[in-house]
Write a protein that binds this ligand. Sequence first.
Ligand code: PEP
Length: 250
Amino acid sequence: MRDKIVAGNWKMNNDLAQTEDLLSNIKKLYKENREVRVIVAPAFTNLHHAFESLRDSPIDVAAQNMNEHKEGAYTGEVSAQMLSSIGIKIVILGHSERRAIFNETDALLAKKVDAALENDMEVIFCCGEELSERKGEKHFEVVKSQLENGLFHVAEGQWSKIVIAYEPVWAIGTGETASPEQAQEMHAFIRKTIAEKFGSELANKVAILYGGSVKPANAQEIFAKEDVDGGLIGGASLKAEDFIAIAEAF
Ligand code: PEP
């Protein structure tokens, strides 16, 4: 049995008061469900507050990014050790906005993955193709190369700390969702690619989340697919009712 996970990526939204509000609404609506692990990823400034606020709740808190270095002259950056020290043990890496806007490469992401694992953090590793790559039928090749170059150096023994999020860039924040069949096809491909390198026993244990315009209305049919183990949710995670409805969509 693989973990089922619903994670909310709040991106650069919500100041402290809005964070308090959203967390309190999520806590009110959340009914403990041991089958689904729920994670929220607020901005750096609100991580400590979110961690304290959710201390007595099974809802986990993740960071949306971190720097690959341990410490030093990297103005404006935050390290894995700093996140760990405030209780944050999960980080989203390689989101397409980080790749596109902040020029994060697979080589850089590989270093970030290592820094997270060295600090005993879990990684939600994002991958996914752009629209032109899908139209050019390069989507499998692109995702395979993101995985091979950003993640496949991870030792077998560390894979229990890895979650993959497949997020086709053309479906992020666009209202355009991959069909459940398109999601399943790519998730099965990702699992097969992991199995070819690490064996099927390991591949069958890795949770693969789908991300891209998931909402209460489409979550159920996407999550019903065999290789879809949950979702990374952007826009819809900013509304407590929608986020919780998605978490209950299994
Ligand atoms: C995301 O940014 O990770 C995401 C999936 O966004 P949205 O749900 O808004 O498409």
